[in-house]
Ligand binder design. Sequence first.
Ligand SMILES: C[S@@+](CC[C@H](N)C(=O)[O-])C[C@H]1O[C@@H](n2cnc3c(N)ncnc32)[C@H](O)[C@@H]1O
Length: 230
Amino acid sequence: MLPVVIDKRMTCIAKCVRQDAILADIGTDHGKLPIYLAQTGKISKAVAADINEMPLQKAKNNVKKYGLDGQIDTYLTDGLKGIERFSPTDVVIAGMGGELIEQILQEQTINKTGVKYILQPMTKEESVRMFLCENGYTVTDEYIVEEGKIYQIICAEYTGEFTAMTPAEYLLGRINIEKNERLLEKLADKVISRQKVKIAGRQKAGLSVEEDVRCLDELLVIKENCYGKR
Ligand SMILES: C[S@@+](CC[C@H](N)C(=O)[O-])C[C@H]1O[C@@H](n2cnc3c(N)ncnc32)[C@H](O)[C@@H]1O
């Protein structure tokens, strides 16, 4: 059987999963991530979870097709509910809106300490980062991937420490900025354009723009300081 093919975004997510992890893939859809990780010997076992029956059935069929029933469980659930019984060490929540990811983490019932969360919001990355900072999670690593559009991947752990970032860091990622992540400048360009549209819209509506302008200035400085990688 040929190995399952995954795209660039998912490859980056897969790289974030730790060797010999017990993976929980929340919102697994086709189940390709746990299948790929099992095939490449990265994980010891996995649970592929989804709230909807149709995608879970897809995952179930794929797991069976690749002969991985012994290594990958499938589980119908909302977010992290009931996931603790699988004792995951690494939790992936990818390809969903930022607000849904926050909601899933807010409602979670699994023991949080030592678990690595690998999050890939499709929207509102800044809101996810703020949620993490305000709820005792520490962002431990970040990546930017381009595949048609630009995706951000945020790794975090629950530490019980409450932190804060600047508005531009929430948008771009403090670690992305610190390590001058490849594609940071491209991401900054995109975020700067969005910020300019936001400011114009607020000005038109007669709303205050002071904070947004401060954030724009910060974004422009970060962009200026990007060096040599695009
Ligand atoms: C766009 S797919 C993303 C699939 C895959 N994770 C990826 O990154 O390519 C989103 C999946 O999340 C599932 N989903 C949505 N809300 C969920 C929830 N609260 N708990 C678990 N799964 C959920 C959907 O059924 C769908 O299969």
